[in-house]
Structure formats: C-alpha cells, structure tokens
Design a protein around this ligand. Structure first.
Ligand code: ZN
Ligand code: ZN
Length: 344
C-alpha cells in the first residue's frame, strides 16, 4: 500500500507526524488527492483538545490538491484535476442532502462527516463527486483554499442572518472565521461594519477585510450602541465561542435583529441566553459550514470576480512535515499568526 506522511492526533492535546497507508485504488465514490496546500483550522484544535475523537485519526480538513485516482462512480473528476474539497463530506442523495442541507449529510461516520487527513501528503475524500469542485485555471491555490471551510462559514454567518442591503453588522472576534464574516458582510452588502477585537494585527486585518470601525472587546457594547444611535445592529455575529461574546452579541442586536452564532463552544457544555433587560423579538441562528460542489463553485465565483480576496489571512508558511510545530504556533497565536500555509 502507498503511504502518506500525515499529521495525526496521538493523544488528547497532542499531534505528531506519522506514516499512514492509503489505498492504491480508492473505493466507490472516493478520490485520492495529492495535497498542494493545506492549513490548520480552529476546529482542529477542538478535535485535538476537547472533542471525543479517538487518538490515531489523521488531522486536517481544509486543503486543495491534485486528483491522483478516483473510485467507481466518480465521474466529475479525473487524475490530474486541480480540486478543492469541502471540509465536510456529503453524499448528495441522503435525506439531508436532498433537502440541500449537505453539511449535515448522514451517510458518513469519519467520525461525523468531517474530512480527516488533509494535513498530509495525500488524503482520501469520500463522497468525492458531490464534496469536491474543480478549481478554475485562473485561480491559485492560495486564493481558493478558504472556500473549503472558513470562508464558507464566515459568509454563511451573514447569509443565515438574511442580510439586507445596507444592514449594520457587528462581528465579535476577528480570528480567521470572524475575519471571513467581516469580508462576507462587505461582499454581501452591509452598510456599517463594526469589528470587535483586541489584538493589534487582527484589528488591522479587520479593516483590510472591510470593517469600518474596530472596537475593543471591553467597551464593545457601549461603543456599538453609541455608533447605532442606541438602536443596536441589524446583525450581531459571535465568532469566538465564549459565553461573554455571545452575551455581548445578544446585547447589541436590535429589536427585530439577528444574533448569528458561528463560534465553536467546545469547552462549554452550556450556553446561557442572557435575559437581563430583555431578549425579545430577535432571531438566533447557528450555522455549520455550508459545503458541496455547488457551494464551492459559488464561492470561487466571488473570488474569481474580485469580490473577495482572503490571501492576506495566510500570514505564515511551513512544510506539511512541520505541521505539529505549526499547531503550537497557531495555538499560541505567536507572531500575529492567523492562518499557516502548509505545503509539501
Ligand atoms: Zn475547520
Ligand atoms: Zn448525504
């Protein structure tokens, strides 16, 4: 069997490089991809630290590459195609997929339907026919990489809040997903965009991604209320996964507005809905990254059309073989790190 040098979870809180086998010939519906660009996501940290995922699983779910081989039934792709895979797998035919809810496809247990193994030289994609998309020739790997996960998630935080042209949007926390929500708010027609962030590099990046104003977390509620004439914002996005940012997002969503939660509350078994004052006549939406061929095609269309450029988020570059060290850097947020490009 061929082998791949891949980052694997070795114990709770730990990863290491390991040589793992992958099939010569992929099974029905599967494709083997040779990685050309990968990265680490905040949810990788949850998989390693907090989630009940067993040791031994190969890590990584955000990557682009070249098709090495396809299994039976995979007719949309052939060896040599440049492709991007969504971070979650979908079959295209189960009940949830038939309803257009591909991110909650019920056909895989990898565990869950998360893609695993993209932080390796090669990775296997199940449901390849509907999970992957070809990358247009005019787009570089670096331009499209985030369509697999954080761009789709960040944009969906705005889309699921049913943005209207000119809406005011506050985005709490400008980590990678929050920055994508900020970029999504601009691309999708927000009027005023207020970013909440304390780290200077992230404040600067928020402006670059489209924030009109950046406020410090400690004064966010008061500043946002003042900036909106005490009305509150139409859409308040929570992109950190902490109780306090969730409460603050609730506090600044106007009457009739929407709280859109995309943070992963991995360490918190309970999330309290604040009722001080009142929490009436708001909508609360949560979102799992929208996925699949058609979603990828639309997002790459926005990139190709020059509506969004997320390449500045790739602040660092390392080799795939250095992925465990990259986890340390990503975890500690060393040196203004946002996203680390991992290359063969
Ligand atoms: Zn992710
Ligand atoms: Zn499905």
């Amino acid at each position: 069997m061929p082998q791949s040098n891949t980052c694997v979870k070795t114990a709770e809180g730990q990863v290491a490089m390991a040589t793992i086998p992958y099939p010569d010939q992929p099974g029905p519906g599967q494709a083997i991809i040779r990685t050309t660009l990968s990265t680490i996501c905040g949810s990788d940290i949850h998989v390693v630290d907090d989630l009940p995922v067993p040791a031994g699983v190969p890590m990584g779910h955000e990557a682009v590459g070249v098709v090495e081989a396809v299994g039976a039934g995979v007719t949309a792709f052939k060896p040599g195609d440049r492709v991007i895979s969504s971070c979650l797998l979908c079959c295209g035919t189960c009940g949830n997929c038939s309803e257009g809810q591909h991110s909650v496809c019920s056909s895989f247990n990898s565990p869950g339907n998360l893609l695993f193994g993209a932080q390796g030289e090669f990775f296997l994609v199940s449901g390849a026919q509907t999970t992957m998309a070809k990358i247009p020739d005019n787009l570089e790997d670096e331009q499209v990489l985030f369509a697999s996960d954080i761009m789709s998630t960040g944009f969906a935080a705005i889309e699921r809040a049913e943005i209207k042209a000119g809406d005011s949007v506050a985005v709490f926390a400008q980590g990678p997903v929050g920055l994508c929500a900020t970029a999504g708010a601009r691309a999708l027609g927000a009027g005023l965009i207020i970013a909440v962030e304390s780290i200077p590099e992230r404040q600067a990046m928020a402006k670059r991604m489209g924030a009109d104003i950046v406020v410090e977390p400690g004064e966010a509620v008061a500043r946002i209320m003042a900036l909106t004439g005490n009305r509150g914002v139409d859409i308040a996005v929570e992109a950190l996964g902490h109780q306090v940012t969730f409460e603050n997002a609730c506090a600044v969503a106007r009457l009739g507005g929407t709280v859109s939660s995309v943070g992963v509350y991995g360490r918190f078994p309970v999330l309290n809905l604040p009722t001080s004052g009142s929490f009436i006549h708001r909508k609360l939406v949560t979102t799992l990254c929208p996925i699949g061929t058609e979603r990828l095609r639309r997002l790459m269309g926005m990139i190709s059309g020059g509506k969004v450029d997320l390449r500045p988020l790739l602040t660092h570059s390392m080799k795939i073989s250095e992925t465990p060290a990259a986890y340390d850097m990503f975890r500690k947020r060393d040196g203004g790190v946002l996203k680390i490009a991992l290359r063969p």
